[in-house]
Design a protein around this ligand. Sequence first.
Ligand SMILES: Nc1nc2c(ncn2[C@@H]2O[C@H](COP(=O)(O)OP(=O)(O)OP(=O)(O)O)[C@@H](O)[C@H]2O)c(=O)[nH]1
Length: 429
Amino acid sequence: MADLVLLGIEHREVLKQRLGQATPPRSHEPGRVTAPGTRAEIFHRSGNSPGSDGTLHRLCIQIICKARAELHCNFALRKRKAEVVSADRHPLPATVLTGFLGAGKTTLVREILANPRGQRIGVLVNDFGEINIDAALIVEGSANSVTLSNGCVCCTIQSELVTAVRELIASRPDLDRIVVEASGVSRSLPLADTMISEELEGLVTLDGIFCIVDAAAFPELDYATTELAIDQIVGADLLILNKVDLVSENEQERLRTQLSGLTPHLRIVPCRHGDVPIEVLLGPARGERPATESGGGHDHRSHSHGSHDHVHGPDCGCDGAHPTESHTKDFSSWSWRSDDPLDEKLLRPALKRIGGGLLRAKGVLRVRGESGEERSFEFQQVGKRAQMTAIEAVEMAESAFVAIGLSGQMDGAAFKAALDACRLEKSGN
Ligand SMILES: Nc1nc2c(ncn2[C@@H]2O[C@H](COP(=O)(O)OP(=O)(O)OP(=O)(O)O)[C@@H](O)[C@H]2O)c(=O)[nH]1
């Protein structure tokens, strides 16, 4: 049967608005829509007939969400390019957690607070309802939480989020980071826009948007909720596939294929009860230098850091904090260090190439530009999104870099070789 795509009239209108001059295709016209700065793909799917099971609706939604995501991402990237950070007034990293109702956001926040690795974390919790249950649960583990109730931070109480962030930073200047738990109905991208808005410029820097997906519930979502859930997913830097204990291997694989179809380049981290390595979520604390133990992956079977299941391996001997090592057999970390300056011209493309299987990278880098001038940079990568910001006031004697990836998917040797290839002689010759 021929491939077929049906674009509903309201979707065509949305696409028209989003894409400016480009005309969305009519029903039954699969193909591609392009417009400056954005791209929407019309999906092909064999064997579907319009309206039979909601699949085609889902396809239309994917198109809208992709177009939306690309427009927003372009905007966000433009803004971030202009961002130069000085070390004496370092904006606070902000981690945003999104995900559909009940996906496990509060569980993940509690995981983070159970093992903050020395970071002082301020939490902003948004519950859509009048009573903020999530905040009540989180308060158990943290004195620094702010409640945003009775509305959604991505739309109706956007300005309250800005005010709350400003007030939290003013009252707690010692914080190392803030974590925003969005309500289950928040969309990722308007929330990201708020966090990088002028009102918060210089105060916070958006460190990562993580979308938590309920592995058991996602396939069961109905038409209306699917649109929202997909919107949350495509706006994220990294997907956390939670509740994998509730699905079979086959179901998990099917879901991964489906999610990869939505966002082919998005990294997916499977977990139970939000048990994701803290380094993937938080990166380094303000002013923290990444530790640089050498060597390959680290395997902590039966090892989790959560209130639900705190089981350590027999020879673990850990105190709950592993600066650069992974916490389960699914993750590995690599570190690298050099006291030679790095060639800026070679480094920038090299950093773009280290992507395969990478979940998170962080580093401080001593870089020499074409003019021979040396400067220090902080590098942060979450999923595919990378950010390199100048550290104006601090002279770094050396470079240090840590990468965390999914075991077996990231080539640690290639990663080290790529960075080694950027080394220059100390003398400047
Ligand atoms: N089986 C299982 N249950 C989980 C897992 N993670 C969270 N839960 C449970 O799922 C329920 C919802 O988790 P929450 O963390 O409150 O979800 P949420 O995303 O904060 O929910 P909303 O704030 O309503 O959007 C709770 O009962 C959790 O204990 C998991 O990995 N496996």
